[in-house]
Design a binder for this molecule. Structure first.
Ligand code: ADP
Ligand code: MG
Length: 723
């Protein structure tokens, strides 16, 4: 039977047809996302072990990673007296000595080993105890080389001759996939151990490597000193003798570098094409940006814009006056004053007779924008309105009408703005606030509400500029890298349960001085399974027992819009001393008189979220406090997050740390960001490679926009971005 359809690219050969796989293992492979030969080739080892130098037991040096070959002379499972741990112990000897291997909690290993088997062990050598002389390895890697004289069938044995005859008896050194070399270690899953995966990958390479086509233009491989693709694929799995093991384990070997480049190049190529498509788009609105309103706006403000704000407004004006639609991302740390920059753009749109809409991720934030900006907008003679789902039916109908007939010039709202029923008269500018809280779809939908409206996107999750340029390659980027003057730093501290009273007394002190406080809880209602202090019950306790003399209110996402609005306006008006809240206050809320925030169960929040929450205080000229209440036990990751929070207040640095701690995949949520997933590259580790890839991609697209000379590349690109 011809198993392979002629017209199917060879690398798409289903995994089940690979020798040694079959239907049962196919299911296991599919569970880890490997459907075909090509997927398997890109299933990289997560680490490597150097098993190339096989030593005699008498030559072993304690505390070093070593590999030996010997014969099993005894083995058993012992149970420790104190903790009942099951330890499988085995003695292995060669003609020069004996070494003990032990594995914790893997009693099933007993079934694998028999006396007389020839095995290889690889791991860190230790001196065994103080009293008994001897050497041992804990949890070593192992291979069974010969079972009672029968060579294990999986091991492809090749006689390489003999080595090491110093001790009289000659040891056979055989080459296999699993020993005598730098050995790749794969992530194991149930039913598929690393050894099996290694074996199957070898099979695939033997069968398909020759058929791999290198899609990269030669010039790029040469100028970037990249090794050939086939060599990279082969070496990344089975590194050649002498490859630096540390480079391999860091994912920085030549082979890794080549594969990572390819991946980043496809990413950048896709973004470059998107960007080109955007700039070729039908003409957008060409606004007159020199009307009198911008100046009037600045005069009305109670503060002088920062230089960063003025610069970014200038960048926006340039975009708006061009006939290409604007696609600009504004990155600015919490409190850097993004709102007014957006308002400046919205005012220009309005002055030109177009509508402008701003979409915020929460009703509270949309309401706040509406309340805070209304006075300014009114005094410029522009009509504004608020559109959220929580408003009454009648009010909503009226608002929709105002939007449709153009009476409303500036519209604030939530995702309600992009719903089917909303018709704009002439939307010329759409602003998305706190875009990291939205998905990519929203941007597209909002865009469709107008005729090529200009788009302004704002985010407080800053990432390093070069990274941003590369990742949001289809957007232009502005950075608000300056905080308004007069801000005092926020003192951030960890508090444990035992210091709760002290935290409360700091809140009381701040309120007595005339400030206001936030207390943030991870949840609304007590859940059965967890011991989280729910906002509801704790608020009752705060009111009755802890601060009976202060005014306390609760706000959370499940309240009706009207109620939320009421609470927020009371808090803004200073009528509430302590606002107990869930994470609905995470983004955007701006009450400069609030000087202290207590975050309960801070260990449960992510770094970006903590930074956003903390950004609610420190918005006035008073010194502010952020108290992180944590409970034991803290995971290592939580400790890292919290220490970053205590150390730094710089959103860029925090984002970078967050990226490092969580890894790019989780940080960006690739699914939601719409970017293809990275299998080899790590945009932090490979930042400089990313930049090179970007340059090359832009160059290539400028030369050959349709990639017509590079059909293989175009095919790979489509596949990558489709995934
Ligand atoms: P964010 O960038 O977090 O959205 P906001 O736009 O909410 O920040 O601004 C934070 C606070 O700083 C607001 O109270 C705003 O009025 C104030 N603000 C903005 N720009 C300036 C400035 N140039 N000088 C003084 N205060 C400013
Ligand atoms: Mg904001």
């Amino acid at each position: 039977m011809d198993r392979f359809q002629k017209d199917r690219p060879v690398l798409e050969t289903p995994i089940q047809y690979i020798k040694g796989v079959g239907p049962r293992r196919r299911d296991l492979f599919e569970m880890i996302g490997i459907k075909n030969a090509g997927d398997a080739i890109y299933c990289l080892p997560w680490r490597y072990e150097d098993r190339s130098a096989i030593k005699k037991i008498s030559e072993l040096i304690p505390e070093k990673e070593e590999t030996i070959i010997g014969t099993v002379s005894a083995s058993d499972v012992v149970v420790t007296r104190r903790r009942g741990l099951k330890i499988f112990e085995m003695a292995v000897s060669d003609e020069t000595g004996i070494i003990y291997a032990k594995w914790f909690n893997q009693p099933y290993l007993k079934k694998l080993f028999r006396n007389g088997q020839k095995v290889m062990l690889s791991g860190k050598v230790r001196s065994k105890g103080f009293h008994t002389y001897g050497l041992e390895m804990e949890n070593p890697g192992f291979e069974i080389i010969e079972d009672m004289g029968k060579v294990k069938d999986e091991v492809k044995v090749e006689q390489l001759g003999t080595r090491n005859s110093e001790h009289g008896t000659e040891v056979e050194v055989k080459e296999s996939l699993h020993m005598g070399r730098i050995v790749p270690i794969y992530h194991e899953t149930y039913g598929l151990n690393s050894r099996r995966i290694r074996h199957i990958i070898k099979e695939i390479l033997d069968q398909f490597l020759d058929k791999v086509i290198d899609p990269m233009p030669d010039r790029i491989t040469v100028e970037n000193r990249l090794i050939p693709l086939k060599e990279a694929i082969s070496n990344v799995h089975f590194p050649t003798q002498g490859t630096d093991i540390d480079l391999l384990n860091r994912g920085e070997s030549e082979a890794h570098r080549r594969l990572a480049f390819d991946e980043l190049f496809l990413l950048e190529l896709g973004l470059a094409i998107k960007k080109m498509a955007a700039s070729n788009e039908e003409k957008g609105v060409r606004f007159n940006v020199d009307g009198p309103m911008s100046e009037r706006l600045i005069e009305i403000l109670s503060f002088r814009p920062t230089n960063a704000q003025l610069r970014v407004i200038g960048e926006i004006k340039k975009d708006m006056s061009s006939h290409h639609p604007m696609n600009r991302l504004i990155q600015g740390d919490v409190g850097s004053g993004k709102t007014i920059v957006a308002i400046a753009a919205m005012v220009i749109a309005s002055e030109n007779g177009y509508q402008a809409a701003m979409m915020a991720p929460t009703e509270i934030l949309a309401e706040q924008h509406n309340i805070n900006m209304k006075k300014i907008i009114d005094s410029l003679g522009i009509k504004s309105c608020l559109l959220i789902n929580g408003m009454g039916q009648k009010e909503k109908r009226e608002t929709l009408k105002k939007i449709a007939d153009g009476e409303a010039g500036i519209i604030f709202g939530t995702h309600a703005i992009i719903q089917e029923e909303v018709r704009f008269k002439n939307l010329g500018l759409a602003v998305i606030d706190e875009q990291h809280k939205f998905g990519v779809m929203q941007r597209a939908t909002l865009k469709k509400k107008g005729y090529n409206p200009d788009i302004l996107i704002m985010t407080a999750t800053p990432i390093p500029r070069t990274l941003a340029l590369s990742l949001y390659g289809d957007l232009d980027i502005s950075v608000l890298d300056e905080l308004p003057p007069g801000r005092s730093p926020i003192e951030t501290r960890l508090f444990y349960e035992s210091k709760r009273d002290e935290a409360y007394s700091i809140i009381r002190r701040e309120v007595t001085k005339g400030g206001q406080a936030y207390i943030v809880y991870p949840l609304i209602e007590e859940s059965e399974k967890s011991d989280l202090k729910a906002a509801l019950t704790m608020t009752e306790r705060l009111k009755s027992a802890i601060f009976p003399d202060l005014s306390i209110a609760l706000i959370h996402g499940r309240m009706k819009s009207g109620e939320k609005e009421e609470v927020m306006s009371q808090f803004i008006g200073g009528k509430i001393d302590i606002l107990a809240a869930t994470t609905v206050v995470e983004v955007g809320i701006d009450v400069p008189n609030a000087t202290v925030m207590l975050i309960e169960h801070a260990e449960r929040f992510g770094l970006a979220q903590l930074h956003q929450l903390r950004g609610r205080v420190g918005r006035g000229s008073q010194g502010s406090y952020c108290m992180l209440m944590v409970s034991y036990p803290l995971s290592e990751e939580a400790k890292k997050r919290l220490s970053v929070m205590v150390r730094s207040q710089d959103g860029f640095l925090i984002a970078e740390e967050d990226l490092k701690i969580r890894g790019p995949g989780e940080f960006f949520g690739t699914r939601q960001s719409g970017l293809p997933e990275m299998r080899v590259a790590n945009i932090i580790r490979d930042a400089s490679l990313l930049e090179r890839a970007r340059e090359e991609a832009l160059k290539l697209i400028a030369e050959d926009p349709d990639l017509s000379s590079y059909p293989e590349l175009a095919a790979n690109l489509n596949k990558k971005w489709k995934e």
